[in-house]
Ligand binder design. Structure first.
Ligand code: ADP
Ligand code: MG
Length: 211
């Protein structure tokens, strides 16, 4: 049954499902990063997801924000590299912004993605159009804000679609951040690896919330 909001335990189970989906997608993420970077994104994400499974699997939650903060902390401490810091910041800062929420509503989703994305931009310096995961996150944040008064299941459906569109739009961009920037115009035609990860994360959240 589509869920109009999530309890902390459901939120934890959703993120465990996200972890499994990313682990399964490791070859896709490896290929995406091989085209533009150094090819370590899939393995790095897999390491982060295993750390999430370990942390969340051993914890009980009464706050939905704490689930996401633990996701961020697990990624930050296990992954290393640029993506450990950026993904860690995304979930830790996003989770902190809703740390007092006892259920995940569309409003919380909007706050989570908006605050998390802003923190990544503040910390990492990327802005929309630089061909990073921001190009999937920024449209997702806009969609989440627009859907903040809707039931969660409807909001996440719009958010996941916006994230996919952002991932696809990143193909046409020229990388100006991270390892891919040395490729210049040769980076055109491939999606950013981090944006591919974001699209998978949001789609898995959508599937969990709508089933
Ligand atoms: P590394 O760049 O250390 O090899 P990964 O390959 O795991 O790390 O991750 C690369 C991804 O991280 C990129 O595809 C991009 O989406 C994201 N990324 C890197 N630097 C930044 C940044 N400053 N801001 C936002 N995202 C970034
Ligand atoms: Mg890499």
């Amino acid at each position: 049954m589509p869920k109009t909001q999530l309890t902390p335990t459901e939120t934890k189970n959703m993120m465990l499902q996200v972890a499994d989906a990313i682990i399964e997608a490791e070859p896709i993420l490896t290929d995406a990063d091989r085209a533009l970077g150094d090819g370590d994104h899939g393995v790095g994400m897999e390491r982060g997801m295993n750390a999430i499974k370990e942390k969340l699997g051993a914890s009980e939650y009464t706050s939905v924000g704490k689930v996401f903060m633990d996701v961020g902390m697990a990624m930050m401490s296990s992954m290393g590299g640029a993506s450990g810091a950026v993904f860690g910041t995304l979930f830790r800062a996003g989770g902190k912004s809703i740390k007092d929420s006892e259920s995940l509503t569309a409003k919380d989703l909007a706050e989570l993605i908006t605050s998390g994305t802003q923190s990544v931009m503040d910390r990492g310096g990327a802005k929309p159009g630089d061909k990073t995961m921001i190009d999937a996150l920024d449209p997702a944040a806009t969609a989440a804000q627009e859907a903040a008064d809707q039931p969660l299941n409807e909001a996440i459906t719009a958010v996941a679609a916006a994230g996919e569109a952002g991932r696809d739009a990143s193909k046409a961009m020229i990388a100006t951040m991270g390892r891919a920037k040395t490729l210049g115009e040769k980076s055109i035609g491939h999606p950013d690896a981090g944006a591919v990860s974001i699209a998978i994360i949001l789609n898995t959240m959508k599937n969990f919330i709508n089933n």
